[in-house]
Design a protein around this ligand. Structure first.
Ligand SMILES: O=C(O)CCC(=O)C(=O)O
Ligand SMILES: [Fe+2]
Length: 310
């Protein structure tokens, strides 16, 4: 693609050497805000089923998909050109289409906000997505323990309870559709908002990171695909929590003239968690840059400025 490839570290989640894994994660998050994980515990067969279900949903006519249009709980189908990421240059929409599935997948009847494709036509959709959600949550917790240890915190510090976590199957058509904002990117340059993102792709290239968002010209590096590995990155909330010691890195997805599927999993802390500068990330010489904020307040602020829906 004519770009340099990012030399992201590969973290082996099955390694018994926790000290070494913790050290590599720290370095990765200081340098890139991104890394790969292998031996992550998500079964290959499950992964394939998620892609198969995702493809069968997105291949439907637009009217069928729009019947599950994103609701006021931000769950459901999001058509192309709908999101306007704050970080993008001219308010252009993304060409991707995606589907948001949140908690409540664990049978939480207090939170019945998810939408599901009709079971007659999609008999395995819900079960498949539920299984993936649970596996990805397990993997995320293991990664978050290592991140906590890398910050001299208790391994259980981040305690995601899943209530704000989102599973998001994504489809890029590969065609440059007629966009009302003139976008030509699958996903425009953005940072993720939350704590941690787990990303799986079908191997089609397009994902790029920019380590210095203020550099001109911006330098973009390809994140190449490693079979069986997941890409992990942190979001703005964790950057803020670490007083900018760990980086929430700008990334985007270019259209390469080929259809592309990916599956993102965005992990948030519990809604009532106070995000207060982590002790090992500040000192007298480097005082906290941000006031404390509740995790749910921060999420609300970010969502309100991203989505144009009413
Ligand atoms: O599809 C991808 O590879 C990246 C998606 C992404 O960055 C996002 O959904 O936030
Ligand atoms: Fe992202």
């Amino acid at each position: 693609m004519g770009h340099a490839s990012a030399a992201l570290p590969v973290i082996d989640l099955a390694s018994p050497d926790i000290g070494a894994a913790t050290k590599s994660i720290r370095q990765a998050l200081v340098d890139y805000g991104f890394f790969y994980v292998i031996n992550h515990g998500i079964d290959d067969a499950l992964m394939k089923s998620v892609y198969a279900e995702s493809a069968s949903f997105f291949q439907q006519p637009m009217e069928e998909k729009m019947a599950l249009h994103k609701n006021s709980s931000h769950r459901g189908y999001i058509p192309p050109d709908f999101e306007g990421f704050e970080a993008d240059a001219g308010g252009k929409g993304d060409l991707l289409e995606c589907f948001h599935i949140g908690s409540g997948v664990d049978g939480d009847s207090k939170n019945p906000v998810n939408q599901w494709p009709p079971a007659e036509r999609f008999p395995y959709w819900k079960e498949t997505m539920k299984s993936y959600y649970q596996c990805a949550m397990g993997t995320s917790k293991r990664i978050l323990s290592l991140i906590a240890l890398s910050l001299d915190l208790d391994a259980e510090f981040f305690k995601p309870d899943g209530s704000e976590t989102i599973l998001r199957p994504i489809h890029y058509s590969g065609r440059a559709i007629e966009s009302k904002h003139g976008s030509d990117h699958g996903a425009n340059a953005h940072t993720d908002y939350g704590m941690l993102t787990l990303l799986s792709t079908d191997g089609t290239p397009g994902l790029q990171i920019c380590r210095d968002k203020d550099g001109r010209p911006q330098l973009w590096e390809d994140v190449h695909h490693i079979d069986g590995a997941l890409v992990v990155n942190i979001g703005d909330l964790l950057e803020r929590w670490t007083n900018n010691v760990y980086r929430s890195t700008l990334h985007r997805v270019l259209m390469v003239g080929k259809e592309r599927y990916s599956v993102a999993f965005f992990v948030w802390p519990s809604p009532d968690m106070m995000v207060t500068c982590i002790e090992s990330c500040c000192s007298e010489a480097n005082p906290p840059r941000y006031p404390p904020i509740r995790s749910d307040e921060y999420l609300e602020q970010r969502l309100t400025s991203t989505y144009k829906y009413k």
